[in-house]
Design a protein around this ligand. Structure first.
Ligand code: KPL
Length: 296
Protein backbone atom coordinates (compact mmCIF):
# COMPACT_ATOMS: atom_id res chain seq x y z
CA UNK A 1 0.00 0.00 0.00
CA UNK A 2 1.34 3.42 -0.93
CA UNK A 3 1.46 5.79 2.02
CA UNK A 4 0.53 9.39 1.32
CA UNK A 5 0.94 12.35 3.65
CA UNK A 6 -1.07 15.49 2.93
CA UNK A 7 0.26 18.86 4.06
CA UNK A 8 -2.65 21.30 4.06
CA UNK A 9 -5.73 19.41 5.21
CA UNK A 10 -8.18 21.99 3.85
CA UNK A 11 -10.72 21.81 1.06
CA UNK A 12 -8.34 20.74 -1.72
CA UNK A 13 -6.36 18.47 0.63
CA UNK A 14 -9.62 16.74 1.60
CA UNK A 15 -10.75 16.47 -2.00
CA UNK A 16 -7.46 14.74 -2.87
CA UNK A 17 -7.80 12.48 0.18
CA UNK A 18 -11.17 11.41 -1.23
CA UNK A 19 -9.53 10.66 -4.59
CA UNK A 20 -7.02 8.41 -2.85
CA UNK A 21 -8.94 6.83 -0.03
CA UNK A 22 -9.87 3.61 -1.76
CA UNK A 23 -6.21 2.80 -2.50
CA UNK A 24 -4.57 4.40 0.50
CA UNK A 25 -5.50 5.84 3.89
CA UNK A 26 -4.04 9.28 3.44
CA UNK A 27 -2.52 10.88 6.51
CA UNK A 28 -2.69 14.59 7.13
CA UNK A 29 0.11 16.56 8.71
CA UNK A 30 -1.02 18.17 11.98
CA UNK A 31 0.60 21.59 12.16
CA UNK A 32 -1.64 22.88 14.95
CA UNK A 33 -2.64 20.88 18.04
CA UNK A 34 -6.28 22.00 17.76
CA UNK A 35 -6.61 20.99 14.10
CA UNK A 36 -9.42 18.56 13.22
CA UNK A 37 -9.96 16.85 9.89
CA UNK A 38 -13.18 17.36 7.93
CA UNK A 39 -14.91 13.97 7.96
CA UNK A 40 -17.55 14.60 5.28
CA UNK A 41 -17.26 15.59 1.65
CA UNK A 42 -20.36 16.63 -0.27
CA UNK A 43 -20.27 15.94 -3.98
CA UNK A 44 -23.29 16.78 -6.16
CA UNK A 45 -25.44 16.99 -3.05
CA UNK A 46 -24.36 13.54 -1.78
CA UNK A 47 -22.39 13.27 1.49
CA UNK A 48 -19.39 10.90 1.56
CA UNK A 49 -17.39 9.87 4.60
CA UNK A 50 -13.76 10.90 4.39
CA UNK A 51 -11.31 8.28 5.51
CA UNK A 52 -8.12 10.10 6.38
CA UNK A 53 -6.33 10.50 9.67
CA UNK A 54 -3.48 12.16 11.49
CA UNK A 55 -0.38 9.95 11.80
CA UNK A 56 -0.42 8.17 15.15
CA UNK A 57 2.21 9.13 17.72
CA UNK A 58 5.59 7.66 16.84
CA UNK A 59 4.78 7.05 13.17
CA UNK A 60 7.83 6.06 11.24
CA UNK A 61 8.10 8.77 8.64
CA UNK A 62 10.32 6.43 6.61
CA UNK A 63 7.14 4.57 5.61
CA UNK A 64 5.81 7.57 3.66
CA UNK A 65 6.08 7.29 -0.12
CA UNK A 66 4.52 10.52 -1.28
CA UNK A 67 3.76 13.93 0.19
CA UNK A 68 0.98 16.02 -1.30
CA UNK A 69 1.45 19.72 -0.58
CA UNK A 70 -1.91 21.47 -0.82
CA UNK A 71 -1.47 24.26 1.69
CA UNK A 72 -1.46 27.96 0.84
CA UNK A 73 1.55 29.19 -1.12
CA UNK A 74 2.35 31.38 1.89
CA UNK A 75 2.85 28.30 4.08
CA UNK A 76 4.80 25.92 1.83
CA UNK A 77 8.35 26.83 2.90
CA UNK A 78 7.47 26.96 6.59
CA UNK A 79 5.60 23.63 6.51
CA UNK A 80 8.02 21.68 4.32
CA UNK A 81 11.42 22.84 5.61
CA UNK A 82 11.36 20.85 8.91
CA UNK A 83 10.16 17.72 7.08
CA UNK A 84 12.84 17.67 4.37
CA UNK A 85 15.60 16.09 6.51
CA UNK A 86 13.11 13.54 7.92
CA UNK A 87 11.95 12.49 4.45
CA UNK A 88 15.12 12.09 2.38
CA UNK A 89 13.63 9.68 -0.16
CA UNK A 90 9.97 10.61 -0.54
CA UNK A 91 8.37 12.00 -3.67
CA UNK A 92 6.54 15.31 -3.49
CA UNK A 93 3.57 16.68 -5.36
CA UNK A 94 3.00 20.37 -4.87
CA UNK A 95 -0.36 21.71 -5.95
CA UNK A 96 -0.98 25.25 -4.79
CA UNK A 97 -1.41 28.71 -6.31
CA UNK A 98 1.58 30.60 -7.68
CA UNK A 99 4.86 29.31 -9.08
CA UNK A 100 7.51 30.29 -6.53
CA UNK A 101 6.81 27.49 -3.99
CA UNK A 102 6.94 24.90 -6.78
CA UNK A 103 10.35 26.16 -7.95
CA UNK A 104 11.61 26.30 -4.37
CA UNK A 105 10.61 22.69 -3.61
CA UNK A 106 12.07 21.41 -6.90
CA UNK A 107 15.42 22.90 -5.81
CA UNK A 108 15.19 21.26 -2.37
CA UNK A 109 14.48 17.73 -3.63
CA UNK A 110 15.84 17.38 -7.18
CA UNK A 111 14.36 14.49 -9.14
CA UNK A 112 11.60 13.92 -6.58
CA UNK A 113 9.14 16.76 -7.19
CA UNK A 114 5.97 16.72 -9.25
CA UNK A 115 4.11 19.92 -10.05
CA UNK A 116 0.34 19.87 -10.07
CA UNK A 117 -2.35 22.27 -11.14
CA UNK A 118 -6.03 21.82 -10.47
CA UNK A 119 -9.23 23.46 -11.60
CA UNK A 120 -11.30 21.63 -8.98
CA UNK A 121 -13.50 23.87 -6.87
CA UNK A 122 -13.95 23.06 -3.18
CA UNK A 123 -14.71 24.91 0.02
CA UNK A 124 -15.34 24.18 3.67
CA UNK A 125 -18.89 25.12 4.62
CA UNK A 126 -20.15 26.51 7.93
CA UNK A 127 -20.65 23.01 9.34
CA UNK A 128 -17.03 22.06 8.58
CA UNK A 129 -17.87 19.81 5.63
CA UNK A 130 -15.91 19.93 2.41
CA UNK A 131 -18.18 20.82 -0.51
CA UNK A 132 -17.03 19.98 -4.03
CA UNK A 133 -18.33 23.10 -5.76
CA UNK A 134 -16.93 22.63 -9.25
CA UNK A 135 -15.85 19.57 -11.22
CA UNK A 136 -12.43 20.25 -12.65
CA UNK A 137 -9.27 18.41 -13.64
CA UNK A 138 -5.86 17.98 -12.07
CA UNK A 139 -2.72 17.80 -14.19
CA UNK A 140 0.55 16.56 -12.76
CA UNK A 141 4.01 16.08 -14.20
CA UNK A 142 7.72 16.78 -13.75
CA UNK A 143 8.96 20.00 -12.19
CA UNK A 144 10.32 22.20 -14.94
CA UNK A 145 13.99 21.68 -15.78
CA UNK A 146 14.33 18.65 -13.50
CA UNK A 147 15.13 15.05 -14.39
CA UNK A 148 12.49 13.02 -12.59
CA UNK A 149 13.56 9.83 -10.80
CA UNK A 150 11.89 6.63 -12.01
CA UNK A 151 10.26 6.14 -8.60
CA UNK A 152 8.67 9.59 -8.56
CA UNK A 153 7.49 9.21 -12.15
CA UNK A 154 5.91 5.85 -11.27
CA UNK A 155 4.14 7.38 -8.26
CA UNK A 156 2.89 10.23 -10.44
CA UNK A 157 1.41 7.79 -12.94
CA UNK A 158 -0.09 5.78 -10.08
CA UNK A 159 -1.86 8.92 -8.86
CA UNK A 160 -3.35 9.42 -12.33
CA UNK A 161 -4.16 5.80 -13.09
CA UNK A 162 -5.96 4.67 -9.99
CA UNK A 163 -9.66 5.11 -10.54
CA UNK A 164 -10.54 7.75 -7.96
CA UNK A 165 -13.64 9.90 -8.32
CA UNK A 166 -11.67 12.84 -9.75
CA UNK A 167 -9.96 13.29 -13.12
CA UNK A 168 -6.15 13.33 -12.84
CA UNK A 169 -3.98 13.46 -15.92
CA UNK A 170 -0.29 13.16 -16.57
CA UNK A 171 1.24 16.19 -18.29
CA UNK A 172 4.88 16.24 -19.39
CA UNK A 173 4.94 20.01 -19.10
CA UNK A 174 2.71 21.03 -16.19
CA UNK A 175 4.46 24.41 -16.08
CA UNK A 176 2.18 25.55 -18.92
CA UNK A 177 -0.91 24.74 -16.82
CA UNK A 178 0.64 26.47 -13.83
CA UNK A 179 1.27 29.63 -15.88
CA UNK A 180 -2.32 29.62 -17.08
CA UNK A 181 -3.64 29.17 -13.54
CA UNK A 182 -1.27 31.90 -12.33
CA UNK A 183 -2.65 34.27 -14.99
CA UNK A 184 -6.24 33.48 -14.00
CA UNK A 185 -5.49 34.02 -10.30
CA UNK A 186 -3.55 37.24 -11.00
CA UNK A 187 -6.68 38.78 -12.52
CA UNK A 188 -9.62 37.30 -10.59
CA UNK A 189 -8.14 37.15 -7.09
CA UNK A 190 -6.94 40.72 -6.49
CA UNK A 191 -9.93 42.44 -8.11
CA UNK A 192 -12.49 40.33 -6.26
CA UNK A 193 -10.52 40.76 -3.00
CA UNK A 194 -10.20 44.54 -3.20
CA UNK A 195 -13.65 45.24 -4.62
CA UNK A 196 -15.34 42.46 -2.54
CA UNK A 197 -16.98 40.98 -5.61
CA UNK A 198 -18.07 37.44 -6.41
CA UNK A 199 -15.95 35.87 -9.17
CA UNK A 200 -18.81 36.14 -11.66
CA UNK A 201 -18.60 39.96 -11.68
CA UNK A 202 -15.42 39.73 -13.73
CA UNK A 203 -17.33 38.22 -16.64
CA UNK A 204 -19.50 41.36 -16.77
CA UNK A 205 -19.02 44.18 -19.26
CA UNK A 206 -18.01 46.63 -16.45
CA UNK A 207 -14.76 44.76 -15.90
CA UNK A 208 -14.01 43.85 -19.54
CA UNK A 209 -11.45 46.63 -20.05
CA UNK A 210 -9.54 45.82 -16.85
CA UNK A 211 -9.51 42.07 -17.55
CA UNK A 212 -8.29 42.70 -21.12
CA UNK A 213 -5.54 45.10 -20.01
CA UNK A 214 -4.28 42.79 -17.24
CA UNK A 215 -4.33 39.83 -19.63
CA UNK A 216 -2.19 41.73 -22.12
CA UNK A 217 0.39 42.56 -19.45
CA UNK A 218 0.51 38.97 -18.22
CA UNK A 219 0.83 37.57 -21.74
CA UNK A 220 3.83 39.82 -22.41
CA UNK A 221 5.54 38.63 -19.21
CA UNK A 222 4.77 34.96 -19.88
CA UNK A 223 6.13 35.28 -23.42
CA UNK A 224 9.37 36.75 -22.05
CA UNK A 225 9.59 33.76 -19.68
CA UNK A 226 9.16 31.28 -22.57
CA UNK A 227 5.69 30.25 -21.43
CA UNK A 228 3.43 31.90 -24.01
CA UNK A 229 -0.20 32.06 -22.94
CA UNK A 230 -3.15 31.68 -25.31
CA UNK A 231 -4.26 34.70 -27.39
CA UNK A 232 -7.72 34.39 -25.89
CA UNK A 233 -6.46 34.57 -22.29
CA UNK A 234 -8.98 37.28 -21.31
CA UNK A 235 -11.83 35.11 -22.62
CA UNK A 236 -10.53 32.12 -20.67
CA UNK A 237 -10.41 34.22 -17.51
CA UNK A 238 -14.01 35.31 -18.10
CA UNK A 239 -14.95 31.64 -18.61
CA UNK A 240 -13.46 30.74 -15.19
CA UNK A 241 -15.24 33.73 -13.63
CA UNK A 242 -18.49 32.47 -15.12
CA UNK A 243 -17.86 28.85 -14.06
CA UNK A 244 -17.19 29.97 -10.46
CA UNK A 245 -19.66 32.88 -10.58
CA UNK A 246 -21.07 32.56 -7.07
CA UNK A 247 -17.72 31.78 -5.40
CA UNK A 248 -15.61 34.14 -3.37
CA UNK A 249 -12.00 33.88 -4.53
CA UNK A 250 -9.49 32.51 -2.03
CA UNK A 251 -7.86 35.96 -1.84
CA UNK A 252 -11.15 37.65 -1.06
CA UNK A 253 -11.77 35.10 1.70
CA UNK A 254 -8.27 35.73 3.11
CA UNK A 255 -8.66 39.52 3.01
CA UNK A 256 -12.04 39.35 4.71
CA UNK A 257 -10.67 37.01 7.38
CA UNK A 258 -7.64 39.29 7.95
CA UNK A 259 -5.28 36.45 6.94
CA UNK A 260 -2.09 36.78 4.85
CA UNK A 261 -2.93 36.58 1.15
CA UNK A 262 -1.07 34.85 -1.70
CA UNK A 263 -0.55 38.17 -3.53
CA UNK A 264 3.25 37.94 -3.20
CA UNK A 265 3.20 34.51 -4.91
CA UNK A 266 0.81 35.53 -7.68
CA UNK A 267 1.05 39.18 -8.76
CA UNK A 268 4.31 39.64 -6.83
CA UNK A 269 5.88 36.76 -8.78
CA UNK A 270 4.73 38.20 -12.13
CA UNK A 271 5.96 41.69 -11.22
CA UNK A 272 9.41 40.27 -10.38
CA UNK A 273 9.48 38.38 -13.72
CA UNK A 274 8.45 41.61 -15.51
CA UNK A 275 11.25 43.52 -13.79
CA UNK A 276 13.83 40.91 -14.85
CA UNK A 277 12.57 41.03 -18.44
CA UNK A 278 12.43 44.86 -18.42
CA UNK A 279 8.69 44.87 -19.07
CA UNK A 280 6.31 47.41 -17.58
CA UNK A 281 3.46 45.98 -15.50
CA UNK A 282 1.45 48.98 -14.24
CA UNK A 283 -1.89 47.23 -13.88
CA UNK A 284 -0.46 44.21 -12.05
CA UNK A 285 1.42 46.58 -9.77
CA UNK A 286 -1.69 48.65 -9.08
CA UNK A 287 -3.70 45.60 -7.99
CA UNK A 288 -0.73 44.23 -6.02
CA UNK A 289 -0.56 47.48 -4.03
CA UNK A 290 -4.33 47.62 -3.63
CA UNK A 291 -4.36 44.13 -2.06
CA UNK A 292 -1.58 45.09 0.35
CA UNK A 293 -3.65 48.15 1.38
CA UNK A 294 -6.88 46.14 1.60
CA UNK A 295 -5.26 43.98 4.29
CA UNK A 296 -4.20 46.87 6.48
O1 KPL B 1 -8.34 29.59 -7.90
C1 KPL B 1 -9.16 30.42 -7.60
C2 KPL B 1 -9.01 31.03 -6.26
O2 KPL B 1 -9.97 31.55 -5.72
O3 KPL B 1 -7.88 30.97 -5.73
C3 KPL B 1 -10.23 30.83 -8.58
C4 KPL B 1 -9.96 30.15 -9.91
C5 KPL B 1 -10.23 32.31 -8.76
C6 KPL B 1 -11.58 30.33 -8.15
O4 KPL B 1 -12.09 31.00 -7.05
Amino acid sequence: MTTVLIIGPGAIGGLFAWHLQHVSTPMAFRHRPDLTLPDTLVDQGQPHTLNWRFPPEGTDFASIDLVLVTCKATQVEMAVTPLLPMLPDVSWLVCCNGLGPQQWLANQAPGRVLWGSTTEGALIDDSGRIVHTGQGETWIGPAEGDALSERTRTLGHWLCDQAGPLVWQWDNSPADQLWLKLAINAVINPITAVERLPNGALAEEDWAFEVDALSDEIRAIARACDHPLPDDLAERIRAVARATAGNHSSMRVDVEAGRPTEIEFINGFLIRMAFEADIKAPKLTRWYEAVLKARS
